[in-house]
Design a protein around this ligand. Sequence first.
Ligand code: HEC
Ligand code: HEC
Length: 151
Amino acid sequence: MKTEFKLFILLGFVFFLLTSCKSDGNEKNISKYLSVRSHNMGMNCMDCHKEGGGGVGWFVAAGTVYDSLLVNTYPGATVKLYSGPNGTGTLIHTIEVDTKGNFHTTEAIDFGAGLYPVVVGNIGKKYMHGTISMGQCNSCHGVTTGRIWTK
Ligand code: HEC
Ligand code: HEC
């Protein structure tokens, strides 16, 4: 009886270890207006927020929005992904830009035949003319093309 009890405790401990160390893939991490938890503005978030990357949550779409001078970030904007160009078709997904100017989500997004990003600021909207089939916005923006910005 005593050994069985010990075994029971041991199994419970192993179970606790397994569940507490579960992979970040199950971790929800979605940006909200006014949130200050994010970091590494301008970097490709998915260098780390991916399977085996160490970041909390595996992002499906993420990036950073700047103001028109492209130096300071732009908090409180909104990123929308549409099925059609220039904000037409169906609104597939909406992501809030936090206080650091970053946006990120771990929610599944159906990129389908490609989605058109729109960034909505206080007085303006910026439309990406091409489509994206993945959400690593900062893998292009700030690298092979200009930073994402709005007014
Ligand atoms: C170099 C690797 C790396 C990059 C690049 C990176 N992150 Fe992270 N991120 C981490 C690590 C590691 C943690 C957990 C430890 C910590 O909070 O610093 C984390 C934590 C976070 C958290 C806090 C999660 C929580 O529950 O508190 C947010 C939000 C976040 N990252 C957003 C982003 C965004 C948005 C980007 C891109 C603009 C980004 N990260 C780029 C490694 C990275
Ligand atoms: C594969 C590379 C790539 C990815 C990924 C990408 N973009 Fe773009 N983006 C571009 C290029 C190139 C342009 C300029 C040509 C165009 O509008 O299609 C652009 C233009 C834009 C513009 C218009 C810029 C302006 O000055 O008017 C916005 C806004 C934008 N992208 C937002 C986003 C957002 C938000 C994401 C992620 C959800 C994203 N982009 C992902 C390459 C990319």
